[in-house]
Design a protein around this ligand. Structure first.
Ligand code: SF4
Length: 371
């Protein structure tokens, strides 16, 4: 391929209406955005803003904060004003916090219909307040807190139960002319989740927020989310994503970005392509790949660097890379676009790669390929 120009994604995006979460467009062909959620007490404004700053630095585009108490609601205005990325208030149970969040200037509010008692009577007022402030609403249906009525009807949180809950809530808002909505139908089982989103995608044009809920610790959650989001995004379904991990939220953002890059839904940045190593390897490939990754960290250009364990297949396997190394006999063949440009001792491989990477990066920046 041409360096810096990824192949197109696997499918055309599903046509969805566009909503505006602060400055971030969601749906209607806007790039798929990555979001996360803070783990601090929202009422602790300093700690929450600190975590939001870390999330922003890691590439998070939208952040959600929980709002379970009045103290949290009171903190929203300051957090919304000082955050560099749009803040969504996550409300369960109490409609009064929905109004507080809208008043506080949050970029959007997430409501969990199954959890908001007397929600139905309040929809008219919520729709009016949200419309007056231009605040979109996410209808966030969650398997764990599905409406009792639907649980009884379906016996458990089936894909159809999740979809029916979401569309029913949306219809309550629609009755009041409010369509500034995005929807999520989360489940901890990727298969149920994928099926729910597929059905939902076919039955409405609202932008969809993808999530596997309670996905688990980092490894399991990463795999579950990658599989589920991959299945949906590869069919063009999904407008914004949140990876849920029992791990620091910055990790969620990294995984989310990597998923989008893997699907060509976002321009790839630095990519290290290292061989899995095999009996022919004459160097510790894992260690070398780690050193090269560390050495090139922070590079903003979409550079593809190959780290190959031997000279037999190395250059051939890495012809698609911008830059690479194939090791053997205590030396490293450094190649650019599949051509060996020099051979250096093993101890000089990392620094030579960094030097060459800088040169290519400078050229890419000149050619306007940098992300
Ligand atoms: Fe094995 Fe060489 Fe291929 Fe690496 S590049 S997997 S060491 S043959």
């Amino acid at each position: 391929g041409i360096p810096g120009v990824p192949l197109p994604p696997l499918a055309e995006r599903r046509a969805s209406r566009r909503i505006q979460v602060g400055p971030v467009a969601v749906g209607g062909g806007a790039p798929v955005s990555v979001q996360s959620m803070t783990t601090t007490r929202t009422s602790d404004v300093g700690a929450t803003l600190q975590q939001i700053a870390e999330l922003t630095a890691s590439g998070c585009q939208i952040v959600r904060v929980a709002c379970p108490t009045q103290d949290d609601a009171d903190a929203l205005a300051t957090i919304a004003r000082k955050s560099q990325i749009p803040v969504i208030a996550d409300i369960h149970f109490q409609p009064k916090y929905v109004f507080a969040a809208i008043e506080a200037g949050c970029a959007a509010v997430r409501v969990n219909p199954g959890n908001i008692k007397q929600f139905d009577d309040k929809v008219k007022e919520i729709a009016k307040a949200a419309k007056d402030h231009g605040t979109p609403i996410r209808i966030g249906v969650n398997a764990g807190s599905l409406d009792r009525r639907l649980l009884e009807k379906y016996g458990r949180a089936t894909p159809e139960a999740l979809v029916e809950s979401a569309l029913w809530e949306a219809s309550l808002f629609e009755e009041h002319g409010f369509r500034d909505i995005k929807i999520s139908v989360k489940h901890n089982d990727p298969v149920v989740m994928v099926e729910a989103y597929r059905r939902l995608a076919a039955r409405c044009d609202y932008p969809l927020h993808l999530g596997v809920t309670e996905a688990g610790p980092a490894f399991q959650g990463t795999v579950k989310s990658a599989v589920a989001f991959g299945a949906l995004l590869s069919q063009g379904i999904g407008d914004t994503i949140r990876v849920s991990l029992s791990a620091p939220p910055v990790e969620e953002v990294k995984v989310g970005i990597q998923i989008l890059e893997s699907l060509n839904l976002r321009q790839r940045r630095l990519e290290i392509v290292s061989c899995p190593s095999c009996g022919r390897a004459q160097v510790d490939v894992y260690k070398l790949a780690e050193e090269v990754t560390a050495g090139l960290e922070g590079m903003e250009v979409p550079l593809r660097v190959a780290v190959m364990g031997c000279v037999v297949n190395g250059p051939g396997e890495a012809r698609e890379a911008d830059l690479g190394v194939a090791s053997g006999n205590g030396k490293g063949q450094i190649f650019v676009k599949g051509e060996v440009i020099k051979t250096v001792p093993e101890s000089k491989i990392v620094e030579t790669l960094i030097e060459e990477a800088m040169k290519i990066a400078a050229q890419m920046e000149k050619d306007g390929i940098a992300s």
